[in-house]
Write a protein that binds this ligand. Structure first.
Ligand code: 4AD
Ligand code: MG
Length: 463
């Protein structure tokens, strides 16, 4: 049977139209001569109000069954609503209850629940207003990302989730194995004999698709990935997940300047798209979660990002009239408190910091002429800190080989990556956007666990 989306009915439905909807009961109100029921199908924040009259067959029996959480199908006629809060409502002619929901045990009640509590019911929390809005924004942002790159002619490529290389060199890898953990084969040296493992070598879940994206950029010029990445980083913070989604464009014949320009244009595009396509949800976040969300979006879209070098950033932090927990020192990585100070307090907008010391960055970043810094850039966002990390890549074979040595990466494992510098090398650059951090930034949601349907964090992999 053809059914309508509630979002479409609320927007375009006219009195006297016949409609059929399917969804889940949010609330029921029984009055003397009739009853109201709010039904939500996830298509919008607002639910559709359904009026139930005693003329409905089995009226009293049905009323007992339509408690919060029950699944229903309603056929009826649209009428202009008398009550305030909605333009239109449905007079039901037919109500079918698919599945009841026991009001004694159903954990979602009409009151506000804490996000901590909702995480314990990850299988039901997407039925709440806030999580519903988050996942619609997540969907719209995903769509915006594809639109942005597809319009520019970037090829969407699929990089492997199982890999043998540690792209970031940070040692935060999950091993993928089919070895019998009760009888792990060992070498004489007591080390694990991964030659007997499934892939004949140690393999991991990828931390980034970048190295493979570079391969593809060397034939298609402009490519992007959008997929899950994994980090066994034991960070229990509101901005770290063990499994998160990353968007990684890789652009051939491009330098750091072009990379920064693309990152800024990209973020502006996504914000604009989400504002246009999720207006009701964004309004909700502004009212209920963080009252700076709309102003921030406006600021992103209409103002240039600040751009400074790492060295300038250190000077600004040294001048700051406040104490940081972590010392500020040229050569040390910026901590999230430093990043937030720059973006949130000092500039009050996104800041792109570039040219970081080579000692704190990955082997593949292009060495600058000063021999001390690399052509790296991070986009720092207010409240979030680093949202994008990128760089121009080292395209010169001899320097790349030296950097691999310095950073103690294995040149044998990277033979194919080095080959790209042997055959038709070009300057190229790219970046990685942490998709959940972006959704946090857009919605004002304080905890990254609440912007992905099923968060994976240390000691937690339920649902
Ligand atoms: O800065 P990162 O480590 O950069 C890379 O992986 C590069 N290979 C990207 C590239 O140039 N193609 O990670 C990129 C972004 C970060 O800026 C951050 O937003 C996000 O990924 N990120 C995380 N998000 C959630 N949980 C984590 N544990 C994250 N680690 C990084
Ligand atoms: Mg980074």
């Amino acid at each position: 049977m053809a059914t309508q989306r509630i979002a479409d009915i609320l927007k375009n439905g006219q009195p006297d139209e016949s409609v059929t909807i399917q969804g889940w009961v949010r609330t029921k109100r029984e009055l003397k001569n009739f009853a109201f029921m709010e039904v939500n199908d996830g298509s919008s924040m607002a639910s559709l109000q359904v009026v139930l009259n005693p003329q409905l067959p089995n009226y009293n029996d049905l009323l007992k069954k339509i408690n919060t959480g029950a699944s229903v199908e309603v056929t009826g006629v649209l009428v202009a609503s008398q009550g305030k809060g909605q333009r239109i409502e449905v007079q039901a002619n037919h109500l079918k209850v698919y599945g009841e929901s026991d009001p004694e045990t159903y954990p979602l009640q009409k009151k506000r629940h804490s996000f901590e509590f909702l995480r314990t019911i990850g299988h039901l929390r997407s039925r709440t207003n806030t999580l519903g809005a988050v996942f619609r924004v997540r969907n719209a942002a995903s769509n915006a990302i594809h639109q942005f790159f597809q319009k520019k002619g970037f090829l969407w490529i699929h990089t492997p989730l199982i890999t043998a290389s540690d792209c970031e060199g940070a040692g935060e890898l999950f091993t993928v194995t089919s070895l019998d953990l009760k009888q792990i084969p060992r070498l004489d040296s007591e080390e694990i004999d991964f030659e007997q493992d499934f892939f004949g070598r140690q393999a991991y879940l990828t931390v980034s698709g970048q190295l493979e994206a570079e391969v593809m950029a060397m034939s298609f010029k402009n490519v992007y990935t959008f997929g899950p990445t994994f980090r066994a980083e034991n960070s229990n913070t509101s901005r770290h997940l063990a499994e998160f989604w990353m968007v990684e464009p890789e652009i051939a014949f491009c330098d750091l300047q072009g990379d920064m320009d693309l990152a800024e244009e990209f973020l502006k595009y996504i914000f604009q798209y989400v504002l246009e396509n999720c207006a009701e949800d964004m309004e909700f976040f502004n009212q209920r979660i963080d009252n700076t969300v709309l102003a921030t979006a406006d600021n992103i879209i209409n103002n240039d990002f600040e751009r400074i070098t790492y060295t300038e950033a250190i000077a600004l932090l040294e001048k700051a009239d406040r104490k940081f927990e972590f010392p500020v020192e040229w050569g040390a990585d910026l901590q999230s408190e430093h990043e937030r100070y720059l973006a949130e307090e000092l500039f009050k907008k996104p800041v792109i910091v570039r040219d970081y010391p080579k000692g704190i960055k990955a082997f593949y970043m292009r060495l600058n002429d000063d021999d001390k810094t690399v052509a790296a850039m991070d986009v720092l966002a207010p409240k979030i800190g680093e949202i994008i990390g990128g760089s121009q890549r080292e395209e010169r074979l001899d320097i790349l080989e030296k950097r691999i040595q310095e950073t103690e990466m294995s040149p044998e494992d990277l033979w194919w990556y080095l080959d790209l510098r042997r055959y038709g090398t070009v300057p190229h650059a790219g970046f990685g956007l942490g998709f959940e951090r972006l959704v946090q930034f857009m919605t004002g949601m304080g905890n990254i666990r609440d912007v992905i349907p099923f968060p994976r964090t240390p000691l937690s992999a339920e649902f």
